[in-house]
Write a protein that binds this ligand. Structure first.
Ligand code: C5P
Length: 227
């Protein structure tokens, strides 16, 4: 069957990755979580002291970009590909609120974006890919056959993220999670390089009041129309 490229963009914690994983599994496509790639670079920057609450050494990080290798390895047990940073599985480490607090600053660096976008384009060169992020339909795959832009209220999104973090055993407050979601939305939408905007040909889905099942059915219908 004809394979297409599916780009899913949207604000933080809109459930992009949940539906992207469901779709990839259903269609037998590759799923790429591009946010995980920016998070992995951020984790590297934190570990090597390029970013902290008091300083941000962009030049230092850029000079070490060639040392950062990001890959995805499918884990049968969990049913999706986990992210590796220089051969270390960092799937858990990159999801902390601390990494979330720095990632949008790291994602403003054009050299970081250039390197990751190149890798993302390579991963999707044969189509049959569901990729989620902020600039997939606008920059990475501007000719994607299907572009979806997901939205939901900031409170709904923060509540989902908070529930996820609590379930993992992280000690966080709802207030801090909401603040992080709003701050990332602001930085992501206002940065100079590849800001988060809805592509003119993207279909917007507000999932504040949709169950996972309703959302999946709705998007699958769009996929079938695009095939
Ligand atoms: O998708 P997730 O919330 O994990 O993404 C983390 C951050 O990575 C976003 O807030 C954004 O700053 C950055 N990002 C990006 N471009 C993408 C994917 C993520 O700038 N394609």
């Amino acid at each position: 069957m004809n394979k297409i490229t599916i780009a899913i963009d949207g604000f933080s914690s809109t459930g992009k990755s949940t539906v992207a994983k469901q779709l990839a599994k259903h269609l037998g496509y590759i799923y790429v979580d591009t946010g995980a790639m920016y998070r992995a670079v951020t984790y590297y920057a934190m570990q090597h002291n390029f970013i902290s609450a008091s300083h941000f050494d962009i030049e230092g990080l850029v000079s070490e970009l060639h040392k950062i290798e990001i890959s995805f390895v499918f884990n049968e047990e969990v049913g999706f590909a986990e992210v590796y940073l220089n051969a270390e599985n960092v799937e858990k480490q990159i999801r902390t609120l601390e990494v979330s607090g720095f990632v949008s600053q790291i994602a403003t660096i054009p050299e970081v974006r250039y390197q990751l976008v190149k890798q993302q384009q390579k991963m999707g060169e044969n189509k049959g890919v569901v990729m989620d992020g902020r600039d997939i339909g606008t920059v990475v795959f501007p000719y994607a056959e299907l572009k979806i832009f997901m939205t939901a209220s900031a409170e709904t999104r923060a509540q989902r993220r908070y529930d996820e973090l609590i379930k993992r055993g992280d000690e966080v407050s709802f207030k801090d999670v909401l603040h992080n979601v709003q701050e990332r939305d602001y930085i992501d939408s206002n940065r100079k390089d590849s800001p988060l905007v809805k592509a003119s040909d993207a279909i917007e889905i507000d999932n504040s009041n949709l169950s996972l099942e309703e959302q999946f059915d709705k998007i699958l219908q769009l996929v079938n129309n695009a095939l």
